[in-house]
Design a protein around this ligand. Sequence first.
Ligand SMILES: Nc1nc2c(c(=O)[nH]1)N[C@H]1C(S)=C(S)[C@@H](COP(=O)(O)OP(=O)(O)OC[C@H]3O[C@@H](n4cnc5c(N)ncnc54)[C@H](O)[C@@H]3O)O[C@H]1N2
Ligand code: MOO
Length: 595
Amino acid sequence: MKHSICDAIVLAGGRGSRMADPEHPTAPQEVDKPAMTVGGRRMVDIAVDAVSRCRRTVLVGPTRNGISEHVVQTRESPAGGGPVAALAAGLQSLDGRARSESTADLVVVVASDIPVLDAAAVRSLIDSMVRAQTDAVFARDEAGRTQFLLGVWKLSALRSAVAQLDSVDGAPMRAIVPVDHLVIPVSGIEDCDTRADLLAARRAAQPTEALEIADALARIRSRIAPLPVHRVALRDSAGTVLAESVLAGTALPAVDISAMDGYAVCGTEPWALRSDVAYAGSSDITGLTEGTAVRIATGAALPPGATSVVRDEHVTREADGSVRRIPTVPQSDDTRRRGEDWLPGTELVAAGTPVDAAVRSLAASAETFDVSVRGPVRGRVIISGNEIRSTGPLAPGETRDVLGSVLPEYLAHCGITVVDVMLLDDSSAGFRDVLTRTDEVDVVIVVGATGGGAADQLRSTLAGVDADTVVGRVRVRPGGSQITAVLPDGTVVLGLPGNPLAAVGTAMLTAPAIVDALTGRTVRPLRLGLLSNSTEVRSAVPRVVPVTADGTRWRADIRVRTAHLAHLVGRDALAVIPAEVSADEPVTILPLPHH
Ligand SMILES: Nc1nc2c(c(=O)[nH]1)N[C@H]1C(S)=C(S)[C@@H](COP(=O)(O)OP(=O)(O)OC[C@H]3O[C@@H](n4cnc5c(N)ncnc54)[C@H](O)[C@@H]3O)O[C@H]1N2
Ligand code: MOO
């Protein structure tokens, strides 16, 4: 029997009253469980995808957006009438359409609260059904519970089981389970009934493996969506990146002008010199006639009739007041012709270019005064840790905050404009608050709490809000515990390890890739260099190490302490050193900001 003769009924109604959020007692106590996300996907979509190889799928529950058009949506009667009422509605929908098609023999039934359900689990149920030739097969989860809402039925068995009931409204699943059924173990299909189940599922959906540096940066660049495009006046465009190319609004030069102080001439020499002068900016100069010349300033428009410009140094004045070209000089024309630099519509700067001083100046040269851009990227720095103090004397065991005041400078160098810096307690409520109030920023940079230990709330809070963790760990030292995640509202979270040098090194390594992704800026080639002391810093794990220019090479610091920034004082750059580096293997150079 082939998979294609199965139809599917996905149950996506039900009130998830046990899902109510204990931290938000005022929130509605009934939640739409199938719409809740795990790993960034709605559980209803997970269920629909798991049966995507079935011939027809009926989704029973409130009408939902974002469901494939191939899926028929219907509603149980009465609404909220429970799973048997929903199955009856699903059957009715299948039967209604079956008249024009051959009837399927089997029907897969899945609920929308199984966060790791996939096609393979459905496949194994169908395979068992085909082998056993029974009326229904249900899945048993690893806790030993039979999941009657995850199974495969003989269509005829399901139809008659439902038909023999007086009323489907509120009927329990047990009322229709056929005597002749099989239960098979299927791993990893635990359903989500409570908020704790949901959090555990979200936690399990977070990546735990450490990525190589290049893979981590590539994932960040491909998985983080760009910011919206907006139009700004050039004078307000600092820190932005062009979303569209800058096109010339006018030709440059707009008319033929002189490139030198000299003489505009007409025809063949000698030229009788007129007494007036063509100044830059004057537009009412009289035309030249054959055999005449007029003095002209650099940048002045050529008078009508002028055939070329001869610079002062190339001309002699005759006693009769006429001018001639010095015979030995080259026969050059010192005119800048209209459109010689560019014509209207020429692309002057490509999309993806950061708007710097040169871009702003160039756009003004082309009479372009506003541009379509992304950014600037606005960041908020959160300093976590109950032991961290920024002001006042330290109590025993407290640590001075040595990052809040300096990280904005390093982040600015990476392309993030920090709009505020906040100190935060390591409480789950505190973390939840900073990850849900993100309206004014594009990136939240959290310092500390990345480790995943008892006091490290960042990972569990990210799981709780179902952030999409793009990078969970990186194979690098320091900075291995760094996190890059995207909140459901699109805000990016960059988790930096708490040790000060680790925090700065991680920011310098990873923040530029976040800015690349958010702004769509063209990724620059890596700056590479060679170490002068590679044998002294060779390690089994890739490292980020401060370096100082050493002739044509870079000298890396040998024993680096991460609890302060001593190793950044007077250093030129950070080097990203591959594992087991050899003397002639290039390392990536990340220049440090300087004044
Ligand atoms: N069992 C393990 N424990 C730790 C590991 C490990 O692999 N296994 N890695 C260590 C490394 S390396 C680092 S780095 C940290 C990263 O942990 P967190 O990101 O959770 O950082 P915290 O624990 O919050 O802080 C670490 C350290 O840094 C000090 N700190 C934090 N913020 C500041 C600040 N603003 N100014 C000055 N100093 C700061 C903090 O007091 C801690 O001493 O985990 C290790 N543990
Ligand atoms: O990895 Mo920690 O980030 O070494 O200092």
